[in-house]
Design a protein around this ligand. Structure first.
Ligand code: SF4
Ligand code: ZN
Length: 343
């Protein structure tokens, strides 16, 4: 016997909500999903009327749903935001070039301005070229560090007040787990924050309106709304460690769906004991971007690439920052160690 929607009681239920287990018709599901995002935005006061907000768009399901929902809510509740899309082109042939085509279609469908910033134009390196030099083990370190800065640079060019990203509840829970597993206290403390204030010159505040939205529901929303998104995985995606954390989380979710929210709540409520040493934020002496070292991670990685010493930015080589800045030569031993790609 067909089940009727537990919300309107009229239409036939089209799905069972992964987050609550409620059987809902499509329209009631859309409304419930959108209202939860609206509540997240209101409760955390993510935006102020009149602000311009760049939505980080990759063409994937999360950012496509984010762009769609932000546009719907901005109109429904008169947020008074000026929305635009910003995309990063990492230079990955067969992946990003195709997903950017999706973003370009989204731009037309949602009638939002779009800015694309590329690694090639910002750093002189594409991910294709980086992978050729560093191999497939640490490529995501380069990519992640460069992306963070690229988004900020793009947002500064657009002169926006905020960036919002499509991080969902699963991503946040996964990051909590990873930071616990790695003992990375500084990141653990930051990773559940729904928004970050500007940490300094050149850093645009960021927020995550989908922080409490389950990945499964984002997929359902995109599917039932027939949103145009790109679902292929990056061809350079080795990130084995994150993959294990993800599998572990999915296993937990299959036994107890609330595990995702529970882990986020645990992360939110953890506090760091007094006396734990935290990195002190300063600025990079070369590019001015925030950094707790003399050089920011991006500049160190770039220096390593340009000098043919790819290991420079992997692991801790802080004591070499002074030498790099003052352009002193490295010793043969130091160079040898940093050249190897087997890391
Ligand atoms: Fe970049 Fe790694 Fe993500 Fe690919 S999987 S886009 S290389 S961070
Ligand atoms: Zn720098």
């Amino acid at each position: 016997m067909p089940v009727s929607c537990s919300s309107c009681g009229e239409k036939r239920a089209a799905l069972k909500r992964p987050k609550t287990g409620h059987s809902l018709c499509k329209e009631c599901f859309f409304m419930a999903f959108e209202e939860e995002v609206h509540q997240t935005i209101v409760n955390a006061s993510l935006f102020k009327s009149g602000e311009s907000v760049a939505i980080a768009a990759s063409g994937g399901k999360d950012s496509t749903v984010l762009a769609h929902v932000m546009k719907v809510l901005n109109e429904r509740y008169n947020y008074g935001l000026e929305l635009m899309l910003i995309s990063v082109d990492e230079g990955i042939t067969g992946y990003r070039d195709d997903s950017l085509e999706t973003v370009k279609r989204n731009q037309q469908q949602y009638e939002l301005p779009l800015k694309i910033v590329s690694y090639e134009e910002l750093y002189g390196w594409t991910m294709d070229a980086i992978v050729k030099q560093v191999g497939l083990k640490n490529n995501c370190t380069f990519c992640g560090v460069f992306r963070r800065q690229a988004l900020d640079r793009g947002a500064l060019m657009l002169k926006v007040d905020k960036i919002c990203t499509g991080h969902n509840a699963d991503d946040v829970a996964e990051t909590v787990l990873m930071n616990v597993l790695r003992g990375d206290i500084a990141r653990l403390r930051r990773c559940t924050a729904i928004s970050t204030a500007s940490e300094g010159e050149g850093v645009v505040p960021r927020c995550k309106p989908l922080k409490y939205a389950y990945e499964k529901e984002i997929v359902l929303y995109a599917y039932f709304k027939k949103l145009d998104y790109f679902s292929t995985e990056c061809i350079y995606s080795p990130n084995a460690y994150r993959g294990h954390a993800r599998t572990f989380l999915k296993d937990l979710e299959s036994i107890r769906p609330s595990s995702i929210i529970d882990i986020i709540h645990s992360g939110e409520n953890l506090s760091v004991r007094e006396g734990v040493k935290m990195p002190v934020q300063g600025t990079c002496s070369r590019c001015g971007y925030i950094s707790s070292q003399a050089l920011c991670k991006s500049c160190v990685l770039l220096e390593g690439l340009n000098r043919g010493l790819p290991k420079l930015g992997i692991g801790k080589h802080h004591r070499l920052h002074g030498k790099i800045l003052s352009q002193q030569p490295l010793t043969e031993k130091e160079e040898r160690k940093l050249k190897s790609v087997e890391f």
